[in-house]
Design a binder for this molecule. Sequence first.
Ligand code: VG1
Ligand code: CO
Length: 542
Amino acid sequence: MTALTIQTQPIAGQKPGTSGLRKKTPVFMGPHYLENFVQAIFDVVGTKGKTFVLGGDGRYFNDRAAQVILRMAAANGAARVIVGQGAVLSTPAASHLIRLNQTDGGIIMSASHNPGGPNEDFGVKFNMPNGGPAPESVTEAMYQRTTEITEYHILQAQDVDLGTVGRVMLGAMVVDVVDPVADYADLMESLFDFDKITAMFAAGFRMRMDSMCAVTGPYAVDILERRLGAKPGTVTHATPLPDFGGMHPDPNPTWAHELMAEMMGTDAPDFGAASDGDGDRNMVVGRGIYVSPSDSLAVLAANAHLAKGYRGGLKGIARSMPTSAAADRVAAALGIAAYETPTGWKFFGNLLDAGKATICGEESFGTGSDHVREKDGLWAILLWLNILAVRGDSVADILAAHWAKFGRNYYSRHDFEAIATDKADAMVTALRAGLGDLPGRKLQGMEIASADDFAYTDPVDGSVSAKQGIRVNFTDGSRIVYRLSGTGTEGATLRVYLERYVAGPEGLDRDAQEALAPVIAAAHDLAGITRFTGKAAPDVVT
Ligand code: VG1
Ligand code: CO
């Protein structure tokens, strides 16, 4: 087999965002596009004699991209690549395999919660030897490399058979095709009390899991139905499809509407859950009650000790800045540290590696722990099941008891999608320019206490990440955060994060949108959202 060196030129705009490089699939399939970016990754991390993990969420082009990446890894001198069968691995399973096999990192092919298909989205990201997404310093170096690339290396070879588990050679490189589920499912079994969850299912507990035609189907069927004895058919949309069956695999009330309808309907199961394209997000729903991701993080942190993997307690709790402060209250009660990081899982890696935090979470339906270095949808769902099995209470009861103890951080995120980039930028620029004038200003019966543009100094390596979101804090504890999405592929998406704290005992069971009405109105007033975007109402509310 011949290793070819192909002359190429930089392609503009190969800049990784919140979670790797994401573009429209036809862009990724364009001449040299995937190859340039993969070579840039290899040039930065080095390949000679190294071992990597490779897998993706099974979306359109996943299989073709895997063959290209394997041929490039071989031509660049990698010793071994561990690939999920069919080139499929959920993001948390990939993170686990990187750690379990002590590899030099891995490449994950996914655009996560973005739709998939010939005209939808594709993505590639690199995870480090600790299993976590590459930090900004590394992704920035990769981007720099894409701007100066002149050649890439690729083996001239036939496709590797990725359909069969086992070892094959690609030139001098070993390719180990592995069962994507087994090691991950074993890890879950080591963390949770499968006997207690099994007993709960055997006693008639009913669950609905919506895998949204995305990657968690095989994982959820194996773990929930086969290992834990949930009724066959508990997992719906369980077969991963290249276009996710036309579903938008973003587990929120808008896109997981089938699950929401069932959970809010008559004869709803006890517990419902959904996960996203690559399996790192989760939405949980009780019978007749939605659990906001910020509350979910707080409840999981407060009850984690009930599961065997966390019996020794937590070292600390980390949340992304826009996530509500509900988790901070739990950390305070437990007497452990609380950390506030920028959006994106890569910022949790150092805290987890340093043993400063055990559980992490984001308001965007992402929760996880130090068992891997990614957020983990099924992990969160299993921790909820473990807590439900031990406590024997309903989801609604658990939430009510939590709010009664800690008070309630009413929370919502409003997304304004596909805005012209120049208009979104103009709005943010205007907001930034006026930040200094905000303290003391009164609106909607509230007074602004402080306003800033969030900058984060990593407590472990001292690296600084600036401009991570504009925060406006009110004297009564309410808060507005504005930020532009870093995962979209079309125009700009404005995310407005809204929060208000009610200590209780009264007023804990209101509708979130209603409770937040003054904060929402203030958010529009302050930023002139409609004036800049032309939109009076958000496209997605979570
Ligand atoms: C979004 C979420 C963020 C999450 C990121 C990747 O980023 O807000 O919390 O970490 O997606 O999640 P942004 O920049 O669009 O707000 V995944 O499951 O798409 O890898
Ligand atoms: Co995801």
